[in-house]
Design a protein around this ligand. Structure first.
Ligand code: MRU
Length: 348
């Protein structure tokens, strides 16, 4: 049986429908947007989050912008789309999927000859990107499932599930596919402070879909590994460089380091749209988020007034800590500079 999971973002009747992830796990609420500016603030404020989900949401945002534009000529429409692209792009800097989604739509727009044909092709392409995201995740899941065994307990960090994609998930997609292949697996989800994507989203999603999942505080990763409560790790990614450097939710690096210390395989699952084949680690901007995410839990203050806070949203895991990077085109292993280009060749 295919456990499909939640549908995070979709296009319906010229509007974008999303699960409001800020309300989870207490309420499963869907929001509807017809203004691209609302999509931009939804991305900024984590109503929608997760690299592939924001890539597709950016594309849908441009689709809305094309419908909102009062342009009478092709050139005016392209200029309106470029302004909307900038606003959507500036919402979050680390996940490369956002730029990927926006750039793809702009390319399609430039190929159109008139206002109506541009609008039609943008809306069609954005919908195709959403459908492809599900197919890609399912293929990635299949490719990754062979790395996991019956009775494995798999640790994951943050949320790389249905809620981080259109549906199915990347890291959690691999776990879904492993279960669908008949293997019995359990999951340990880290809480993922400060915004708690692990406890609010991963624990919610896996419980919703009938998985055996246990929640741990981030500080219990070492304990769980040392006490053999976990035997493999799989996480998602916001950006993967051609060298195999992986950017993912803050805390991923320490999970990978501890996995290395305990001889536990550490896998990353990411579609090829998450790969940035041009940048070096020096080029990657790590998003810094507001201090109140750290000084409060919900509305409750948990730190003294005026305290200085460092709140990076992502960190970088170096290639030597990674056992394999699972994609829709296969699994890359070290040396990554050789194996990653081969995946792109295989996809052609
Ligand atoms: O800040 P978020 O919630 O957008 O961070 C999400 C992550 O770090 C995910 O692990 C990553 O985007 C992979 S999602 C398939």
């Amino acid at each position: 049986m295919v456990s499909f999971g939640l549908k995070t973002v979709e296009w319906k009747d010229n509007s974008v429908i999303m699960i409001d992830q800020t309300k989870l796990p207490n309420e499963l609420v869907y929001v509807k947007y017809t203004d691209f500016m609302d999509v931009a603030s939804a991305i900024k404020n984590l109503v929608v989050r997760g690299a592939p989900a924001i890539g597709v949401s950016g594309a849908f945002g441009l689709a809305l912008a094309s419908l909102q534009s009062k342009a009478a000529t092709r050139e005016q429409l392209l200029s309106d789309l470029e302004s909307a692209r900038k606003i959507l792009f500036e919402t979050r800097p680390t996940a490369v999927n956002l730029a990927w989604g926006l750039d793809r739509i702009i390319q399609v727009a430039k190929q159109g000859n008139d206002v109506q044909s541009i609008r039609d092709s943008i809306v069609k392409t954005a919908q195709e990107m959403a459908e492809d995201d599900i197919k890609i995740n399912m293929q990635m899941g299949k490719n990754g499932s062979v790395l996991f065994d019956d009775n494995d307990t798999i640790m994951t960090h943050c949320n790389a599930g249905s809620l981080a994609t259109v549906a199915y998930g990347t890291a959690l997609g691999v776990i879904r596919a492993t279960k669908e292949s008949g293997k019995n697996v359990k999951v340990i989800a880290t809480e993922t402070r400060p915004v708690q994507q692990g406890s609010r989203l991963t624990a919610f999603e896996l419980k919703h879909d009938g998985f055996d999942v246990s929640l741990i505080p981030d500080t219990a990763v070492g304990y769980s590994m040392a006490n053999k409560l976990v035997n493999k790790v799989v996480v998602g990614a916001d950006r993967v460089l051609k060298t195999g450097h992986v950017y993912n939710k803050i805390g991923t690096y320490q999970v990978a380091l501890m996995a290395k210390q305990h001889g536990i395989p550490f896998y990353v699952a990411a579609p090829l749209s998450t790969f940035d084949m041009k940048s070096t680690p020096q080029d990657v901007v790590i998003e810094q988020r507001k201090g109140t995410e750290v000084t409060q839990i919900g509305d409750r203050k948990t730190a003294p007034d005026g305290i200085n806070v460092i709140n990076p949203a992502f960190d970088m895991t170096p290639p030597e800590l990674i056992s394999g990077i699972i994609t829709e085109a296969g699994v890359a292993k070290a040396p990554f500079e050789q194996s990653i280009p081969k995946l792109f060749e295989a996809k052609k």
